[in-house]
Every structure is written in structure tokens, then in C-alpha cells.
Design a protein around this ligand. Structure first.
Ligand code: SAM
Length: 317
């Protein structure tokens, strides 16, 4: 496996670009300079280290790192029960304004997991990308469904190191798999306080790769990698269309990384109050680009209205 590499270092090449950019739109340039570089994360050899000091809980038979402990670790304040935005602000990777929500498991993840069961989505031998993965539960479900390869991407490298990777490791151990028999996330199961040792199935991890960074940077890294990957049969993405400013990068990433006959399963709230994004705005954006066909395959009406959208290339078979 290749060592971590960065496709872009905005700080390193900012001066020449600035010097040559007299006629460029300053706002657009600023935006580019803020784009978070992409990085591939190595899987540590000693898997027990990944789970060290992690407290786990379970949901729908899957283990996940207890969030408040990560918050406290990140903030360096063992007594603080501060909210995410407070505690992440003192961590170098998670500066306010550039943290994109991956520390929390958002409810559309559960909608998409329900949909996988209802629609009997097949992951066997598929190459899968969990885009904007956060905890990575969608990718973990695909791994358990015998996907050939699962790649995880989150904006923040801290989320990958402290949450996604430990969750994958926890769910890839033989004990973790035995825990997978639980069905109902509402059933009050006592949290399993300390993670068991990661003693099994490192082969599963050979089917995984982990990336952090902004979408366009990550797709550039994937496409230019010395370890090139074929395009994805399935891209899973939950609660990633809240901000219309990101639609262009997201659309381009899907267009670049999805196999011609691949399928995107996107779960989203119908509308994100405050930020302005939502399923109909994204649907309209896609329509205007004229690259993909969309279909709303499920609507969930409890609480805030939510949807599952299936996206395929217009010229797919
Ligand atoms: N999918 C997870 C879930 O449902 O629990 C996390 C959802 S969180 C609200 C949004 C995710 O999208 C974050 O994990 C973040 O990393 C990713 N994301 C949002 N905007 C992004 C961008 N412009 N580039 C890369 N990743 C982005």
C-alpha cells in the first residue's frame, strides 16, 4: 500500500498562483486555496492500536466509536462534555468552518441501511465508495455484504483516523461479526464499553482504502494514483447535499468515479433549513447538467421528510 500522498498543498503553491492571477476572480481563487488536500490513510499494522482508548457502542448490530469520547480526546479536555463544534475547534484538522459533520452518525444513514434490506441491494463482488462516510456504516454494510472493495472518504482526516478506521476494524473482527446479529437500533442494548481486541480478518482490510479531503481533490488522487482503481459499481452517500456550494464538486466526482453502468444511492433530507440545500435542488442541478438520470425510490415521512435517490448515467445500459 502506498504511503500517504497529497494531491494539493494549497499553502505550498499559493504564491506563484497569486502572482499570475491578476485577472482571476479573487473570490474563486480564495475558494480554491481553501480546498482541503486529499490524502490516503495507511491502515496501521497493529490493529489493536486503532481501537486503543476507544469506547464502542452498537447500532443495528454494528459497532461504532462513541462520539463524546472522541470529542474529549480531540479537545484534550478529559472533563469536557462540550458540543462538537466547541471540542473540534482545538484540533488542528477540524478548524471551525471546515469540519463537515463526519463525527456524527446522521439519520439518513439509517434510512439507506433500511433501504438496502428492503430493496435487497447486492454488494457481492462490487466495488463500492462510501462518499462523505463519517462513521462509515454504509461502507461497513457493503463490506459485510461481500463487496470486492470498499473505499471510504471523509473531508476530515481526523474523522477517518479516529472514527471510520476504528469502526471498520471493530466490525471486521470475528467478535465484531458475531455482534452483527442485533436487529433493532431502538432496542436498548447495553453499550459494549471497551472494544475487544482486533484479532481477526485483516484480509477484510485488504479490501479497504481510506481517503480524506475535498471531493475534487480526492477524485484527482484516485484517478492519478499509482494504484489506480477501476470505477465504482456503487457509490453510497448520505447527508452530503446540504450545501449547494458543493454541488458542482459532488456532481463532477460522481461523474468521474462512477462506472458507466454503476449506481449511486443517495440519502438526504428533503430540505436543509439554514444551509439551503436539499433533494429537489440537487435533482434540478443534475437535470441541468444532463449527465445523470435520477429516480426518487423512497420517501420517509416521519420527522423531517427524507428521501433515497438512485442516480445512474443517462447512457448506461
Ligand atoms: N455520511 C455520514 C452520515 O450520514 O452520517 C456523514 C454525513 S456529514 C453531514 C457530511 C459528510 O460529507 C461529511 O462526512 C463530510 O466529510 C462530507 N463532505 C461534505 N462536503 C464535502 C466536500 N465538499 N468535500 C468532501 N467531503 C465533504
Amino acid at each position: 500500500r502506498e504511503k500517504s500522498r497529497e494531491t494539493a498543498d494549497p499553502a505550498a503553491d499559493s504564491s506563484p498562483k497569486l502572482a499570475a492571477s491578476e485577472h482571476q476572480d479573487e473570490a474563486a481563487l480564495k475558494k480554491n486555496l481553501c480546498v482541503k488536500a486529499a490524502k490516503e490513510h495507511n491502515i496501521p499494522k497493529d490493529l489493536n492500536k486503532v481501537l486503543e482508548n476507544k469506547v464502542m457502542e452498537t447500532v443495528l448490530g454494528l459497532s461504532y466509536v462513541k462520539l463524546s469520547i472522541v470529542e474529549r480526546t480531540c479537545s484534550g479536555d478529559a472533563d469536557s462534555e462540550g458540543i462538537v463544534s466547541k471540542s473540534i475547534s482545538s484540533h488542528t484538522d477540524l478548524i471551525p468552518g471546515v469540519y463537515e459533520g463526519g463525527l456524527k452518525i446522521w439519520e439518513c444513514t439509517f434510512d439507506l441501511m433500511d433501504y438496502f434490506s428492503e430493496a435487497e441491494i447486492e454488494f457481492t463482488n462490487k466495488t463500492v465508495l462510501d462518499l462523505g462516510c463519517g462513521a462509515g456504516l454504509l461502507g461497513i454494510v457493503a463490506l459485510r455484504g461481500e463487496a470486492a472493495r470498499v473505499h471510504f472518504q471523509d473531508y476530515n482526516s481526523t474523522v477517518i483516523d479516529e472514527i471510520t478506521l476504528p469502526n471498520v476494524v471493530a466490525n471486521c473482527t470475528s467478535k465484531g461479526r458475531r455482534m452483527g446479529s442485533g436487529k433493532d437500533r431502538k432496542a436498548s442494548k447495553p453499550p459494549s464499553k471497551r472494544p475487544r481486541k482486533a484479532e481477526g480478518s485483516p484480509d477484510v482490510l485488504n479490501r479497504c482504502r481510506f481517503f480524506s479531503g475535498e471531493w475534487s481533490q480526492v477524485s484527482q488522487l484516485l484517478l492519478s494514483s499509482n494504484e489506480p482503481c477501476s470505477k465504482y459499481d456503487i457509490i453510497l452517500t448520505s447527508e452530503t447535499i446540504y450545501n449547494p456550494d458543493y454541488y458542482s464538486a459532488l456532481h463532477e466526482t460522481l461523474a468521474q468515479l462512477l462506472d458507466r453502468n454503476g449506481r449511486v444511492y443517495l440519502a438526504s433530507k428533503v430540505h436543509y433549513f439554514g444551509v439551503g440545500g436539499g433533494i429537489y435542488l440537487f435533482e434540478k442541478f443534475i437535470e441541468e447538467k444532463n449527465v445523470f438520470r435520477t429516480s426518487l425510490v423512497k420517501t420517509i415521512d416521519q420527522g423531517l421528510q427524507r428521501c433515497i435517490m438512485e442516480i445512474t448515467f443517462k447512457n448506461s445500459c
